[in-house]
Design a protein around this ligand. Structure first.
Ligand code: HXC
Length: 283
């Protein structure tokens, strides 16, 4: 889909880039020529990821930093500019989530997720944006939200739903406000993509994992490569005129709200068509 130099000359920071979708995006960006900075809380994970990423032949560095800590994020950005000289892109990918009845949530549990997802995205965006504005450089920010950030929220993941809705609002607010500085801000809203982080916390059993598939018209979970391709496009100059957009990638899952969609799950498509024909004849 892309030329091998699509992201050449760009340096991109991916928060939570040591594992899961963050690491998959890092591989894709590096394979297209980008220099990669990844950050996270666990040095061992980051070191392993950097060793993997090196084989693409671009510059790769890791930074141990908790996105919840505004000061530490500032120190990290100073380090990135020292190591790379410049930074062109930021992917706010670091996230936290767990299943809980909302009446059982502790204030600490709610805060933990809001701090990682909403404050973490703000902290990185604020530090990056200020540096870009000061240096009069263009930049590109991509926020990883969810499909439930937009319309419906979601039961049992209240802290995440509130935080991701906030990140989506931040995406659109800043896309307008910072367009004058040449800073683009977009989002990707993924449905479920298998990762250890999400699966261990949100998909408790194999049966649950199988049943969940009934919600997805495409009949399968997303593949990391698919999300990474979309991210690469949005981070590239091919998407220079796109800002303030949230692109959903979910195999059609969010469309399950359509009023008559459910009848597809009642019987085979063949039987449904027979009934439709009978109804037509009666009419
Ligand atoms: C209820 C919980 C809990 C749980 C933690 N807490 N896990 N409450 N149910 N399962 C509460 C704790 O009791 C504590 O509250 C507070 O949260 C902080 O917990 P800590 O363990 O001290 O926090 P910390 O070590 O910072 O860990 C943060 C974390 C953890 C978010 C809780 O799960 C984590 O590090 N996650 C990162 C990876 C991750 O979650 N990936 C999934 C992202 S998927 P008290 O009151 O005791 O202080 C995603 C996409 C969604 O977001 C879309 C998929 C379809």
């Amino acid at each position: 889909m892309f030329k091998e130099d699509t992201l050449k000359g760009k340096n991109i920071l991916i928060t939570g880039g040591g594992s899961g979708l963050g690491l998959s995006m890092a591989h894709k960006f590096a394979s297209l020529g980008a220099g990669i900075a990844i950050c996270g809380r666990t040095e061992k994970t980051l070191r392993g990821a950097v060793n993997e990423l090196k084989h693409h032949g671009t510059e790769v560095h890791y930074y141990v930093a908790d996105v919840r800590d505004f000061e530490a994020v500032g120190v990290m950005f100073d380090g990135i500019y020292t190591d790379f000289g410049s930074l062109h892109g930021l992917v706010n990918n670091a996230a936290g989530n767990f299943l809980s009845a909302s009446e059982d949530l502790s204030p600490g549990g709610f805060k933990a997720i809001v701090d990682i997802v909403l404050h973490g995205s703000f902290n990185c965006t604020h530090h990056f944006g200020n540096r870009l504005i000061k240096k009069k450089e263009k930049g590109n920010i991509l926020n990883i939200v969810t499909t439930y950030a937009e319309d419906f929220g979601s039961a049992f993941v209240l802290p995440s739903a509130c935080s991701k809705a906030g990140v989506l609002a931040m995406t659109r607010s800043l896309a307008f406000e910072w367009a004058t500085y040449g800073i683009r801000v977009n989002a990707i809203a993924p449905g479920p993509f298998p990762t250890e982080g999400a699966w261990t916390r949100l998909f408790p059993t194999k049966k649950f994992e199988k049943q969940y598939l009934n919600r997805i018209p495409a009949g399968r979970y997303g593949e990391h490569e698919e999300l990474a391709n979309l991210a690469a496009f949005l981070m590239s100059d091919l998407a220079e005129y796109i800002t303030g957009e949230s692109v959903t990638i979910d195999g059609g899952e969010r469309l399950s709200a359509g009023q008559f969609n459910f009848i597809d799950s009642l019987m085979s498509r063949g039987k449904l068509k027979t009934i439709f024909k009978m109804l037509k004849l009666k009419g």
